[in-house]
Design a protein around this ligand. Structure first.
Ligand code: CP
Ligand code: NVA
Length: 315
């Protein structure tokens, strides 16, 4: 919500809370900027000199924390990590007071929270950009990096078939929103009761009508994967749902990505995972360690895409 950022020039929100803030053309521009940052990182070395980020994390992280810290540092800025894994945000003082204090010292907030509503409350009160680093509902930075990775591998995203098999969770929701904006063909297979949120599917389908993207919800993982260019999975038990781990393990039997499932992909088909992976559960060792696994390219690209997000919202 600063006055003259690139985001305001492009007339998009200064926050990245759900991923719906950015329309198809702003997502496309973000991916182009990400490609330039990846190809010519030196060009951006001083681009965020003196800018400071607060990283508030209510849940553990490897990739998101490291890529935001390394990303801002590589452009001349710095980050302050606020560990909220032992105490919930809003417990010690109100979210309003947290926001109104932080905006006096830092230029942006990156927050990983249990509840999307906490993120939105922070953004409503802070006069600085707020970026979703994962919530119960969305993981926009992940999905944007994932489509950047797919575009690198396949050249074009138009009509590219991405099968998502497993839990219709935060990552799945964000893949739907980003994929719809980029004209991809998403086939989501989940067990009954684990579908992505209906209002998010509806939003993705509305966007898909304009971009010629396609969104299919299925029950059968084999149907989703057959002929696809990529199969994507994620943990069956997301952070915050640990009490349901046993019933989830039973519900997701048949959804493991293994060599037999990989055989159903198009010949050039790849395996994707946001990580952390649970080897032997949603994916086998053979698939994770196989040549078709691009999960670590996804992890690398978190860095380049988040640098583009920071440049767009903070510079
Ligand atoms: N994929 C992802 O967000 O990883 P972390 O939980 O390690 O940040
Ligand atoms: N769906 C997972 C993603 C972790 C990066 C979770 O929320 O735990």
């Amino acid at each position: 919500m600063t006055a003259t950022t690139l985001a305001t020039q492009l007339m998009i929100s200064s926050d990245l809370l759900t991923g719906t803030e950015w329309n198809a053309s702003s997502v496309r521009e973000l991916l182009q900027l990400s490609a330039d940052i990846k190809a010519r990182p030196d060009r951006y070395r001083g681009a965020l000199t003196g800018r400071v980020l607060a990283l508030i994390f209510e849940k553990p992280s490897l990739r998101t924390r490291v890529t935001f810290e390394v990303g801002i540092q590589s452009m001349g800025g710095s980050a302050v990590f606020l560990d909220h894994t032992q105490s919930r945000l809003g417990e010690r003082e109100s979210l309003t007071d947290v926001a109104r204090s932080l905006e006096r010292w830092v230029h942006g907030i990156v927050a990983r929270v249990f509840e999307q509503t906490a993120l939105e409350a922070l953004a409503a009160k802070a006069k600085i950009p707020v970026i979703n680093a994962l919530s119960d509902r969305f993981h926009p930075c992940q999905a944007l990096a994932d489509f950047f990775t797919l575009e690198e591998k396949f050249g074009s995203l138009r009509g590219l078939k991405l099968a998502y098999v497993g839990d219709g969770n935060n990552v799945c929701n964000s893949l739907l929103l980003a994929g719809a904006r980029l004209g991809a063909h998403l086939r989501v297979a989940t067990p009954a009761g684990y579908e992505p949120a209906p209002e998010i599917v509806a939003e993705a389908r509305r966007t898909a009508r304009e971009t010629k993207a396609k969104i299919e919800l299925l029950r059968d993982p084999a149907e989703a994967v057959t002929g696809a260019q990529a199969v994507y999975t994620d943990t069956w038990t997301s952070m915050g749902f640990e009490k349901e781990a046993c019933e989830r393990k039973a519900a997701f039997a048949g959804f493991q990505v293994n060599d037999a499932m990989m055989e159903l992909l198009a010949p050039e088909g790849v395996f994707m995972h946001c990580l952390p992976a649970h080897r032997g559960a949603e994916v086998t060792d053979e698939v994770m360690d196989g040549e078709r696994c691009i999960a670590f390219d996804q992890a690398e690209n978190r860095l380049h895409v988040q640098k583009a997000i920071l440049l767009t919202l903070l510079s």
